[in-house]
Design a protein around this ligand. Structure first.
Ligand code: SF4
Length: 446
């Protein structure tokens, strides 16, 4: 079984179609607005909200997010004003008051913002909406600037889940990626959050970073496991220097692909030995986690925010570069703060591109989601006859012969080795990629 040959650029499939293959020419704001109204009723008025808070005080050189680096905190207030203006525009388009089911603050660094400003933001969002009794509220905190006050104020607003970007505890790695944070800082924030009442503390780790070795990773994993996070996302580092030039600064320290593969397998094993269960791609949770129950009940879902225990029909993305998902439509906001403000100030939703899904897109989206959430998928004869024309069955047969999947007449089941190349398996269904003959900039699969 040769996994290495599948270490090629391939999408992460946080959406299907993936952003480089959106058909923006056929996208219209009217079509998108219609799709959010349909999704609103289908979801019984429930809405998930992702808020992108792009500011960071310094650039971590490995970062692939949309960020604005500044130490000037006067940017906070106008940004919050514009987020609330954008939410007001959505409220005008929705036929009734929404019921908020989920709020996630991502970035950037949400804890760049003062607790008072975050409080004003959340207060403004919920003021004109209803709150679901099962609301889930989470935020990404930087261990170096998440204060006790942030934790307290957000907990009072209803937040019960905190994600901390750990990446690696090794000082040499931290210097290479320009992200310094100590174990003590992480422990302090974790302990404080739990004491205040946060029910889930999640850690994000990255393997394949410059300067990493099996020994340094082992030590980082020891420290991570000692703090007993409820969930651990163990991500593959995405090297895309043509899009993120700061990544060129450490290219000579990057591990070779064989080493990166070893890091992936080593980390997964260590997490499983320590009592974590693998859920979907790159995610490990404690055995009592609601994501496991959702998987057993076939309710696990994945969207731009990650894995969730329920399926949201309508995800509203607010802020610079945020993506909204109405199930039959995607829309992405302007990517710079200036253009985001300019469009909003003219009274329009700040959307600059999008995609309205065809029936074939919806079929493929379902297959990819099934694989990403349940490690298996099925189809009916009619579906595969109508939409399976572009499925790469040669690749699927090859993957079956090599022991990565079990291919059936009406579906695919991912075998345990196949979980390591899940993105490749999904790519067999990616009609827009397969038909284009293009290979846009994606990171490698491992
Ligand atoms: S990794 Fe996080 S804190 Fe660092 S630059 Fe990127 S968004 Fe900002």
């Amino acid at each position: 079984m040769d996994i290495k040959k599948y270490n090629v650029p391939v999408p992460r499939y946080t959406s299907y179609p993936t952003v480089p293959f959106w058909n923006s020419e056929d996208f219209t704001l009217e079509g998108y607005e219609q799709s959010i109204q349909t999704a609103f009723w289908l979801s019984n008025k429930e809405v998930s909200i992702y808020i992108h808070l792009p500011f960071c005080e310094s650039l971590c050189t490995y970062c692939a997010c949309n960020t604005r680096i500044t130490k000037n905190h006067s940017v906070e207030e106008p940004y919050i004003n514009h987020l609330l203006k954008e939410w007001d525009l959505y409220l005008e388009k929705l036929p009734d008051a929404p019921i908020i089911r989920e709020i996630h603050l991502g970035g950037g660094t949400p804890t760049f913002f003062s607790p008072e400003n975050l409080e004003r933001l959340i207060g403004g969002l919920i003021e004109k909406a209803k709150i679901s009794p099962s609301i889930s509220m989470s935020f990404e905190g930087h261990p170096a600037n998440t204060t006790l006050k942030h934790l307290k104020v957000l907990e009072q607003q209803g937040f019960d889940r905190l994600s901390l970007g750990i990446q690696d505890f090794d000082l040499n790695v931290q210097k290479l990626i320009n992200r310094l944070q100590t174990f003590e800082q992480v422990k302090k924030v974790t302990d404080e959050a739990r004491k205040i009442g946060y029910t889930s503390v999640n850690f994000d780790m990255v393997y394949g970073l410059p300067g990493q070795s099996l020994a340094s990773l082992d030590e980082t994993l020891d420290k991570v496991i000692s703090l007993s996070p409820d969930r651990i996302a163990y991500y593959s580092y995405a090297h895309v220097p043509s899009m993120k030039p700061a990544q060129k600064s450490y290219e000579k320290y990057l591990p070779a692909s064989e080493e990166k593969l070893a890091f992936m397998q080593f980390g997964k094993e260590r997490l499983k030995e320590s009592g974590y269960e693998e859920v979907g791609m790159d995610h490990f949770v404690k055995r009592t986690d609601e994501l496991l129950l959702a998987r057993k009940n076939g309710e696990l879902h994945r969207n731009f925010m990650g894995y969730t225990p329920f399926s949201s029909q309508l995800l509203v993305g607010l802020g610079v570069s945020a993506i909204s998902d109405s199930w039959t439509g995607f829309a992405q906001n302007a990517k710079t703060v200036e253009s985001y403000y300019e469009i909003l100030d003219s009274g329009q939703l700040p959307i600059t591109k999008g995609h309205l899904l065809t029936s074939k897109d919806l079929f493929i989206r379902k297959q990819i989601l099934n694989l990403m959430c349940n490690f298996e998928t099925t189809w009916t004869e009619d579906e595969i006859l109508s939409f399976g024309i572009s499925t790469n069955f040669d690749l699927l047969e090859q993957l079956e012969n090599e022991g990565f999947i079990k291919l059936k007449k009406d579906g695919v089941k991912v075998l345990s080795e196949g979980k390591e190349i899940l993105r490749i398996i999904c790519s067999a269904f990616d009609a827009r990629l397969n038909e284009s003959g293009k290979s846009p900039q994606f990171s490698k699969s491992i």
